[in-house]
Design a protein around this ligand. Structure first.
Ligand SMILES: [Fe+2]
Ligand SMILES: [Fe+2]
Length: 269
C-alpha cells in the first residue's frame, strides 16, 4: 500500500493581505499543482492520496472546486479532512459527492486501504487556529479502534497531537491527554499523520509515531525555540509517501518538489 500525503495547500488568491499566509512568499496554486504532478508522476503511482487539511486558505469554495478537479484529472483516489483554515460546508458541497464523507457533523470516517486501515479524525474548531478532539469525536475514535485491534491502522488528523513545549502548543490540540489515552490503548496504531506545522517533523507520542508532513505551499521557519518570531519561508513544497508492506511495516519518504539538477545517472545493474 502506497499512500501519498499532501497537506496545507492554502489555496487562495495570491496577494492575500493575511500576513501569516503564503501569498506574500509563494503561489499556493502553482505549488499545489506542481506537488500533485510530482506525486502523480512517480514511477510507482500511489494507491491513494490523503490531504490533511488547510486545503483552502479561507474556506473558499472555488479552492475546493479547483482541487477536486485537479485530483480527478490525475485519477488517484483522494481523501480529504479539514484544517483550521477550512470550512466544512463548502468542503462538503464539493467533496461530498465522492461518497466517503459523513452527510453532516464532523468529517470523520474510515478507509479500508489494502491491508491497512485509515481513520480520519476531525480536529477543527471552525474559525479558530487551535484544534480540539471533543468528547463526541474521541468516543467515535475509541469505538472505531475497538472494532479492530489487529489491522495496522493509520490515524490522520490536521493538528499535531504531541506536546512540543514551544509556541506551537498554543495552536495544537486542546485536551491532548484524553486523546493520548484513547490512542495509547490501541496497539495497532502504527502512525498518526498530521499537517498544520508546515515542516517535516517526527515525534513519539501515545505509544506510536507522529509524522508531520511539510506543506505544499510554504514552510514555517525552523525557529520553534524562539517564541517571539513567527516566520514563513518560501522553501520548496514537500509531500510524504507512506509505504506499508507486511515485511517492512510503515516506511515514510519525504519528497521535495522543484527542478533540481540531476548530477549523476546511470542504469542499475
Ligand atoms: Fe496550514
Ligand atoms: Fe493549520
Amino acid at each position: 500500500m502506497l499512500i501519498a500525503q499532501i497537506t496545507d495547500l492554502h489555496l487562495g488568491p495570491p496577494g492575500s493581505e493575511n500576513a501569516d499566509q503564503a501569498a506574500s512568499v509563494a503561489d499556493p496554486i502553482a505549488n499545489a499543482r506542481a506537488t500533485l504532478e510530482a506525486v502523480a508522476g512517480l514511477a510507482r503511482r500511489p494507491d491513494l492520496v490523503v490531504l490533511t487539511g488547510d486545503l483552502a486558505d479561507k474556506g473558499e469554495v472555488d479552492a475546493y472546486i479547483w482541487l477536486d478537479a485537479e485530483l480527478a484529472r490525475h485519477g488517484i483516489p483522494a481523501y480529504v479532512i479539514p484544517g483550521n483554515h477550512d470550512l466544512r460546508a463548502p468542503m462538503r458541497d464539493v467533496f461530498g459527492r465522492r461518497g466517503y464523507l459523513p452527510a453532516d457533523g464532523f468529517m470523520q470516517y474510515v478507509v479500508d486501504a489494502g491491508d491497512t486501515r485509515l481513520i480520519a479524525v476531525d480536529t477543527v474548531i471552525e474559525h479558530e487556529t487551535r484544534g480540539l478532539v471533543c468528547v463526541e469525536r474521541r468516543a467515535w475514535l475509541a469505538a472505531r479502534l475497538e472494532e479492530d485491534r489487529e489491522t495496522p491502522t493509520i490515524i490522520m488528523m490536521h493538528h499535531q497531537p504531541f506536546h512540543t513545549g514551544g509556541p506551537f502548543d498554543d495552536i495544537g490540540i486542546e485536551g491532548r491527554e484524553d486523546l493520548e489515552a484513547v490512542i495509547g490503548a490501541a496497539p495497532n496504531v502504527i502512525r498518526i499523520i498530521c499537517g498544520h506545522m508546515h515542516r517535516d517533523i517526527l515525534a513519539s507520542w501515545a505509544g506510536t509515531t507522529v509524522s508531520v508532513c511539510p506543506s505544499s505551499a510554504f514552510q514555517f521557519d525552523l525557529n520553534h525555540a524562539d517564541p517571539t518570531t513567527f516566520r514563513v519561508r518560501a522553501e520548496p513544497p514537500g509531500y510524504h509517501l507512506h509505504e506499508w508492506t507486511k515485511a517492512t511495516g510503515l516506511v515514510t519518504y519525504t519528497g521535495t518538489v522543484g527542478s533540481f539538477t540531476v548530477i549523476k545517472e546511470r542504469a542499475r545493474p
